[in-house]
Design a protein around this ligand. Structure first.
Ligand SMILES: C[S@@+](CC[C@H](N)C(=O)[O-])C[C@H]1O[C@@H](n2cnc3c(N)ncnc32)[C@H](O)[C@@H]1O
Length: 291
């Protein structure tokens, strides 16, 4: 499909998250493969089971399941038809269609999937886009067979958000705080810092949703890190979009800054990025549960 016609989800997953940079893609996959493995480990995949991957994207978890089991059947589901077409194409190429099903559906309305029909539900970085997360947990519970398992990974973006005003993406922007405020308005116009689904929940909410949906045995692991950003790279900082809904920093600057302001901002931040003087603040939640 021509890139210009792809929806925001496929455009971001297949391109904008990497900022067109092969090194960034490699670094991202180095982070994602262990996450995938942990989600699948927590799912406790058995013989001849059916796994429903909700918000399958480009198939990270779903194709990982095929690698781990010769007998698993996978239901790929997503709201993006472009991504479903993409994974269907990969499944065909790798001769996996006989073990695959593709369903376009939203995480909070899985009505296309029958009650008690799957052994495992997985989802990675999808609930952050879903407004009614409790409804999604109810749906996960409904479609699972008795003793079926749920395995989830979600970043907890509420951690350190909103952060101090003189900090931007982990860099001290004290000398350019006014300019930074203008850049922030671009992002906050699209994602309200309090009510956006990506920012309005934490790990305890995930636990509560799972318990209220009826899961009997629930585990939660929170992986929190504060550390220097050793992988920082200026082009990536400028051109990789943080999520499907928002512009790159370069686009945001062009939208609201004069060229003098752009120069002042870049003049301050670029040396910090290049000297790797930024910090990473991350909180990642793994939740797994038995029906
Ligand atoms: C960050 S990507 C994660 C993709 C994949 N799970 C992975 O691990 O790489 C988010 C995915 O969620 C999908 N998505 C967004 N909103 C959704 C919703 N309400 N229901 C189901 N999928 C959704 C997007 O199309 C995208 O594929």
């Amino acid at each position: 499909m021509p890139e210009a016609q792809r929806d925001i989800w496929s455009e971001w997953l297949l391109k904008r998250r990497f900022g067109g940079d092969a090194e960034h893609m490699k670094a991202a996959m180095n982070f994602l493969y262990p996450v995938r493995d942990k989600v699948l480990h927590n799912a406790n995949l058995g013989e001849n089971e059916t796994l429903l991957d909700v918000g399958c994207g480009d198939g990270l978890i779903a194709f990982g399941a095929f690698e781990k089991s010769n007998s698993v059947k996978v239901v790929f589901s997503d709201i993006s038809q472009d991504l479903l077409d993409h994974v269907q194409h990969i499944a065909q190429e790798s001769d996996m269609t006989h073990r695959s099903q593709f369903i376009r559906t939203s995480a909070d309305d899985l009505s296309a999937i029958a009650d008690k029909s799957v052994d495992i539900v997985t989802t990675r970085s999808v609930l952050i886009y879903v407004e009614n997360k409790f409804k999604a947990f109810n749906e996960f519970h409904r479609v699972l067979k008795e003793t079926g398992r749920l395995s989830i990974f979600e970043p907890i973006n509420k951690f350190r958000h909103p952060g101090p005003e003189n900090s931007f993406a982990g860099y001290d922007v004290t000398p350019v705080v006014e300019i930074t405020r203008k850049i922030r308005t671009v992002y906050e116009k699209i994602q309200n810092p309090i009510s956006d689904p990506m920012l309005d929940f934490d790990e305890r909410d995930l636990l509560t949703f799972a318990e209220r949906a009826g899961f009997k045995e629930i585990h939660l692991e929170l992986d929190v890190e504060i550390k220097p950003n050793q992988l920082a790279d200026w082009d990536r900082f400028l051109r990789a979009a943080p999520n499907p809904k928002v512009p790159t920093l370069e686009e945001a600057m062009q939208e609201v800054l004069t060229s003098a302001e752009q120069q002042a901002f870049i003049g301050h931040v670029r040396p910090l990025v290049e000297a790797k003087r930024g910090m990473i603040y991350s909180a990642l939640a793994y939740l797994w549960a038995v029906k």
